[in-house]
Design a protein around this ligand. Structure first.
Ligand SMILES: CCCCC/C=C/C(=O)SCCNC(=O)CCNC(=O)[C@H](O)C(C)(C)COP(=O)(O)OP(=O)(O)OC[C@H]1O[C@@H](n2cnc3c(N)ncnc32)[C@H](O)[C@@H]1OP(=O)(O)O
Ligand SMILES: NC(=O)C1=CN([C@@H]2O[C@H](COP(=O)(O)OP(=O)(O)OC[C@H]3O[C@@H](n4cnc5c(N)ncnc54)[C@H](OP(=O)(O)O)[C@@H]3O)[C@@H](O)[C@H]2O)C=CC1
Length: 266
C-alpha cells in the first residue's frame, strides 16, 4: 500500500522572520519533523529564544540556529546564508516568510512608504532566493516556499502596496519554478487569509484570545500552525509533483463575502 512521505528529517531549512507569528510556527514545525532550522529576525533578542526553546525541547529532533538578519539588506542575507552552511553543511529548504504591511489608502502612501513595503515583501524574497538558491542549485536542489497573501490574489482597499508586492511574489514563484526545475528545485507559494499573529494584532488591531479550534472551518481567523502544516507538506517528498503553485489557506468565509468583510474590515 502507498503511504505518503512527509519525511524531511536531516534536511536544513532556512525560515526568515521567525521570532513570532507564522515564521515561528513554521520553524517549530519543521524542527519537530527533524529538519535543522536556521532562523532569523531583525533582533537576536527576539529570535534567539525561539531557537533556544527548539534546542531545549527533548521531543524535537531538529536543531536550531538563530541569526540576526534584516532580510532587506542583501549583505546581511549573504552572512545568514554563509552561517547556515557553516553550521549545517547545506540548504535544502527556504521559507521566505518575513513580511509585513501598514494599511493606508493609495493617495496617502509616500514614496518611501511604498518602497518600504515592496522592499520588505518582494526584494527581501529576491535577496534570500538568489543567495540561498545559489547554494541549493550547486547542491542537491530542494524546495522553496514563499509567503504571499490573499491580498496578492484579490484586491482590498488600503492594500495597494502590500497587494502589489504579494502579487509579484506569486508571479516570481511561477517563473522560478520553470527556471529552476532543471536544478531539482520546486518553488511554491502559500496565500494565507487572516491568521492570528502579533503582527496582525499590531497592524489591524485584531486580537482573538479565544481562538475557535481547527475543527471549525467557517468564519474564523486562522492559526499560525495551519500555515506551518501547509509548508511542511509543500517541502516534503509528498509534494514532489507540485511546483509553481499557490496554495490558498483561508478557511470558508460567509457566502459571497471575503474574510476581511466577514471580520468587518471592509
Ligand atoms: C484578509 C487578510 C488580510 C491579511 C493582512 C495581513 C497582512 C500582514 O502582513 S499581517 C502581519 C505582518 N506584520 C506587520 O505588518 C508588522 C507591523 N508593521 C510594521 O512593523 C511596520 O509598519 C513595517 C514593517 C511595515 C514598516 O516599518 P519600518 O520599516 O520601520 O518603516 P517606517 O515606520 O520607518 O515607515 C516607512 C515609511 O512608511 C510610512 N508609513 C508607515 N506606516 C504608515 C501608515 N500607517 N500609513 C501611511 N504611511 C505609513 C512612513 O511614514 C514612512 O514613510 P515616510 O514618512 O515618507 O518616510
Ligand atoms: N497574519 C496574517 O493574517 C497574514 C500574514 N501573511 C504573511 O505571512 C508572513 C508572516 O506574517 P505574520 O506572522 O503575521 O507577521 P508578524 O508581524 O507577526 O511576524 C513577522 C516576522 O518577520 C520578522 N521580520 C519583519 N521584518 C523583518 C526583516 N526586515 N528582516 C527579518 N525579519 C523580519 C519579525 O521579526 P522581528 O520584528 O524580530 O524582526 C517577525 O518574526 C508575512 O509575509 C505576511 O505578510 C499573509 C497573509 C495573512
Amino acid at each position: 500500500m502507498h503511504e505518503p512521505d512527509y519525511d524531511i528529517a536531516g534536511e536544513t531549512a532556512i525560515v526568515t522572520g521567525a521570532s513570532q507569528g507564522i515564521g515561528k510556527s513554521i520553524a517549530e514545525t519543521l524542527a519537530a519533523s527533524g529538519a535543522n532550522v536556521a532562523i532569523c529576525s531583525r533582533s537576536i533578542d527576539r529570535v534567539g529564544p525561539v531557537a533556544e526553546d527548539i534546542n531545549e525541547a527533548e521531543d524535537v529532533p531538529g536543531e536550531a540556529l538563530a541569526v540576526e538578519c534584516n532580510v532587506r539588506e542583501r549583505e546581511q542575507v549573504q552572512s545568514f546564508v554563509d552561517e547556515t552552511v557553516e553550521a549545517f553543511g547545506d540548504i535544502d529548504v527556504l521559507v521566505n516568510n518575513a513580511g509585513g504591511e501598514f494599511v493606508a489608502n493609495f493617495e496617502d502612501i509616500s514614496e518611501n512608504g511604498w518602497k518600504t513595503i515592496v522592499d520588505l515583501n518582494l526584494h527581501s524574497t529576491v535577496h534570500c532566493t538568489q543567495l540561498a538558491g545559489e547554494v541549493m542549485r550547486e547542491g542537491d536542489g530542494g524546495s522553496i516556499v514563499n509567503l504571499s497573501s490573499v491580498n496578492g490574489q484579490h484586491a482590498a482597499p488600503g492594500e495597494s502596496h502590500y497587494g502589489a508586492s504579494k502579487a509579484a511574489v506569486i508571479r516570481l514563484t511561477e517563473t522560478l519554478a520553470t527556471e529552476w526545475a532543471g536544478d531539482g528545485i520546486r518553488v511554491n507559494c502559500i496565500a494565507p487569509g487572516l491568521i492570528q499573529t502579533p503582527g496582525v494584532a499590531e497592524t489591524l488591531g485584531i486580537q482573538s484570545e479565544d481562538m475557535p479550534s481547527r475543527e471549525k472551518t467557517e468564519r474564523r481567523i486562522g492559526h499560525a500552525e495551519e500555515i506551518a502544516d501547509a509548508v511542511q507538506f509543500l517541502v516534503s517528498p509528498a509534494a514532489s509533483f507540485i511546483t509553481g503553485e499557490t496554495l490558498t489557506a483561508k478557511g470558508v468565509p460567509r457566502a459571497g463575502n471575503s474574510m476581511s468583510q466577514d471580520l468587518g474590515l471592509e
